[in-house]
Design a protein around this ligand. Structure first.
Ligand SMILES: Nc1ncnc2c1ncn2[C@@H]1O[C@H](COP(=O)(O)OP(=O)(O)O)[C@@H](O)[C@H]1O
Ligand SMILES: [Mg+2]
Length: 318
């Protein structure tokens, strides 16, 4: 099968869960007591799903490989992905797992969260078949530290993806255990685009100065992208460092999923072989669009909506 004949542009390998969000609680919960919430929202959660949903809205043919439980949350995740035109044939529905959930308690401007990981910990490298890897041109993996079943064999997965002729990208996200124990020396040479944010990159490399980081990782990876919130993003490739400032949003709704939306924008250009500066700029634009509506997919409901926000709020037509 030649690369161009593949059915999908992007295969997302990742975690799936739901978020149950409580807004408008008037105090913190206390053991032995009950408090009331004014609002509640049930949505599809997970960084990988937000990436998949938003890159699909940008017209990229997307399939998802993951695992859910045979339950109501699992059905909701599958239905939501399908409504975003994402192909769900590679999502395994397990009778023995429960779909995970995060309970989010929003309080003032901060939040407390409780996560039950459920099925996301049980996806393994063996579940990702050669058929899946040959069905798409590019593989994106996110949230490596949350996927405990996949993590020990992550190098093998990327080796197989490269052998299958795919280009690859990785956003590890935060390590809740803060051990950062991935074999980056072996992994990063197999990753075409590495997409951490600044805090994650500092934690991984132990370097606080970005220039030192690039010296450490230089020879080990092809393109390194650093997401820097309101400062935009940096890209490093073949000895060249590019900084592209953010499209500043003066009235941010929330920044949930901004990094995933950045990734969606960046990778949508990368797979069209666009130059690094253009990939970074479009990543920044999609990150900024993300901050104009609540949650990770609020601003990405239709392709028209994304275009309109980009034009009206940030003066950019695409
Ligand atoms: N307040 C903001 N205004 C405009 N763009 C933003 C804002 N916050 C984030 N972005 C864009 O989204 C990208 C990703 O956000 P960031 O917070 O750095 O990632 P992560 O969510 O992974 O921590 C940034 O590089 C930037 O381009
Ligand atoms: Mg992130």
């Amino acid at each position: 099968m030649t690369k161009n004949k593949r059915k999908f542009d992007v295969l997302v390998v990742g975690e799936l869960n739901v978020d149950i969000i409580f807004n408008g609680i008037n105090s913190l919960p206390a053991i032995g007591k009950e408090i009331l919430s004014k609002e509640m929202t049930l949505t599809m959660g997970s960084s990988s799903a937000i990436f998949a949903a938003n890159i699909s809205m940008l017209g990229v043919k997307t399939a998802f490989a993951g695992r859910v439980g045979n339950d109501i949350f699992g059905s909701m995740v599958l239905d939501t992905l399908k409504s975003k035109k994402i192909d769900t044939r590679f999502i395994y529905v397990s009778n023995s797992d429960k779909t995970g959930a995060t309970v989010v308690l929003n309080y003032d401007n901060d939040r407390a969260m409780v996560t039950f990981p459920g099925s996301m910990e049980n996806l393994t490298e063996k579940d990702i078949t050669d058929e899946m890897l040959h069905s798409a041109r590019h593989m994106h993996l996110s949230s490596a530290f949350l996927q405990k079943g996949l993590k020990p064999d992550i190098v093998k997965l990327f080796e197989r993806a490269k052998n299958a002729g795919m280009t690859t990208s990785l956003d590890v996200q935060w390590d809740p255990e803060e051990k950062w124990d991935l074999p980056f020396d072996r992994l990063l040479p197999l990753v075409d685009v590495f997409l951490p944010n600044k805090q994650e990159l500092t934690a991984i490399t132990g370097k606080t100065d970005i220039k030192d980081v690039f010296r450490v990782l230089d020879t080990k990876t092809n393109t390194i992208v650093v997401k820097m919130s309101t400062e935009g993003s940096m890209g490093f490739k073949e000895g060249q460092l590019i900084h592209v400032p953010a499209f500043l949003n003066e009235s941010v709704e929330d920044a949930i999923g901004a990094g995933d939306s950045f990734n969606a924008g960046f990778i949508s250009k990368y797979i069209q072989n666009k130059p690094l500066g253009e990939c970074l700029e479009f990543g920044n634009l999609m990150g900024a669009v993300n901050t104009t509506a609540a949650g990770g997919t609020g601003a990405f409901q239709t392709p028209e909506q994304v275009k309109e926000i980009a034009k009206k709020r940030f003066g950019k037509e695409f």
